[in-house]
Design a binder for this molecule. Structure first.
Ligand code: HEC
Length: 205
């Protein structure tokens, strides 16, 4: 009998603990949902390639835009993605929240194939470039990474890198080229975060 009573109260306590556990898990799960995914790093501080970036918000595609392929290389498509939560915050403020992350998926371009007669379509992945706004991880807030098509991690470009310099000098909103992203340009203009000067045709490097 006594054993039974004790085991009943034991069960009640177990049930309580289990409920608490479930609640904690729910809270933990809810937190990253609001701000997920965020930049993730390995023990050396190198950025992990976000596996699901193709499911993020698509900002725009460029074709043969001349800033990353070196002279003589053939033209590529560049598809730009940002996390959906960061995109939503931008729509409400015209600014990028901390831990925003941008991925350019660089694709080879092909012209001859199937029924295609003119123009170009996208094929193999050539590489990825990533930009993060992560003040806890980078003293300069904005950091730049280049991944080869098989790389899973990348080291941040060292201080004074050309990525930072060009983005700092020419991007219309903070370090991002919103002048080339048609859904975001009117948003930034509305919130007054858009630098009109950066839209002018320029030969500057
Ligand atoms: C000479 C200028 C220049 C340099 C150098 C440069 N970029 Fe960019 N970057 C651009 C332009 C222009 C765009 C927008 C056009 C596009 O989508 O390609 C852009 C867009 C991006 C984006 C998309 C988000 C955004 O900021 O608009 C990422 C990510 C990016 N660059 C990463 C890099 C990395 C990493 C490097 C260095 C390895 C680099 N860039 C070097 C000019 C530059």
């Amino acid at each position: 009998m006594r054993f039974r009573v004790r085991s009943a109260s034991f069960l009640v306590r177990c049930f309580g603990a289990a409920c608490l556990g479930v609640m904690c898990c729910a809270l933990l799960a809810a937190a990253p949902e609001a701000k997920s995914p965020t930049p993730q790093y390995d023990a050396k501080g190198n950025l992990l390639l976000p596996a699901d970036y193709r499911d993020w918000e698509f900002l725009s595609a460029g074709y043969g835009m001349n800033y990353s392929p070196g002279p003589g290389s053939h033209e590529m498509f560049t598809n730009v993605f940002v996390q959906r939560w960061a995109y939503q915050k931008f729509l409400n403020s015209g600014k990028w929240p901390d831990q925003s992350m941008f991925v350019i998926d660089q694709r080879d371009a092909q012209s001859k194939g199937s029924i295609n007669k003119t123009g170009h379509f996208q094929t193999d992945l050539m590489g990825l470039v990533v930009e993060t706004k992560d003040s806890a991880h980078n003293p300069e807030q904005w950091a730049y990474y280049a991944f080869g098509s098989d790389d899973k991690t990348a080291e941040a470009m060292p201080k004074g890198n050309p990525c930072f310099a060009c983005h700092d000098a020419h991007a219309a909103v903070e370090h991002t080229f919103v002048q080339f992203y048609p859904t975001l340009k009117p948003v930034a203009k509305k919130f007054g975060t858009y630098d009109e000067k950066r839209e002018q045709v320029s030969d500057a490097k």
